[in-house]
Write a protein that binds this ligand. Structure first.
Ligand code: F6R
Length: 260
């Protein structure tokens, strides 16, 4: 896993956006895997700004979001479909039909999840998967204990994640208990992964995912098996890494040809 420690979340988000933009320029039909939550807001802001300056064209880009709350329709203000429209899709020239988000109102959830997996495969697989990390080490909504080979399915949120996400709702009681999420196995199939994590609240999860044992207790640790995963973090999120100085040294000495 490549670990890039930036002085600020803003700088890390700009670096992640630069990597995504370079990919889209080299492959206009890029398939992006996208995340929601607080972490990717700067990344989406950068992409929207680059688009406004005429630096990226999304007209042939396809997207698949990691997850959606079960029970919330796309017009619900806390749905991830609404989040994506607000923060990215309405700001770039992406075709609505090329954007995919699990349907929180699907009547037959197993069939919907199987169709989501098939749609990813039919699109040629995900070229670049953006990820945030939960304070408990989840990726997507693969909570601790999730199978490291899991595919898209219904998951039950932990009380900790419900508490973390309650800030977006009027009360914790209104946070849905279930989500439809890509599995860890689905995420590992992406050709490249970019993980963002900012702030001291993520420091334990970052250390466990990057330097701890690979374990279903920390689903993000499965990314240690990915051959092209970069973790972009700020100083606060890097605070508990044992080898932080080595990661800084590696990045400072990164050969020019390896930079996106
Ligand atoms: C969101 C997702 C989650 C979040 C994680 C961190 O689509 O899949 O794994 O990335 O819960 O959330 P924030 O960024 O709000 O701290």
């Amino acid at each position: 896993m490549e670990i890039i420690i930036s002085s600020s979340a803003r700088e890390a988000s700009a670096e992640a956006a630069r990597i995504a933009a370079a990919l889209i320029r080299s492959k206009p039909r890029t398939v992006l895997g996208l995340a929601t939550g607080s972490t990717p807001l700067g990344f989406y802001g950068e992409l929207a700004a680059m688009h406004a300056r005429g630096e990226i064209d999304f007209s042939e880009v396809t997207t698949f979001n990691l997850d959606e709350y079960a029970g919330l329709g796309p017009d619900h203000p806390q749905s991830y479909a609404h989040f994506m429209r607000e923060n990215l899709f309405s700001k770039v020239n992406i075709a609505h039909w090329r954007t995919h988000i699990p349907d929180g109102l699907a009547a037959d959830i197993p069939a919907h999840c199987a169709a989501y997996e098939l749609a990813i495969r039919e699109a040629g697989g995900i070229d670049l998967q953006l990820l945030g990390v939960g304070s408990d080490g989840h990726i997507g909504f693969n909570e601790p204990g999730s199978s490291l080979g899991s595919r898209t399915r219904l998951k039950t949120l932990t009380e900790r994640t419900i508490g973390d996400n309650a800030r977006f709702f009027e009360s914790p009681a209104l946070v849905p208990r279930h989500v439809i999420t890509m599995g860890v196995g689905t995420i590992l199939d992406a050709k490249r992964c970019l993980v963002l994590a900012f702030g001291e609240g993520k420091a334990d999860a970052v250390a466990a995912m990057a330097e701890g044992p690979v374990t279903a207790d920390v689903p993000a640790s499965a990314l240690q098996f990915h051959s092209a995963c970069s973790l972009l973090i700020d100083e606060a999120a890097a605070a508990k890494l044992k080898r932080a100085d080595y990661y800084r040294w590696v990045y400072a000495n990164k050969p020019a040809w390896q930079r996106a």
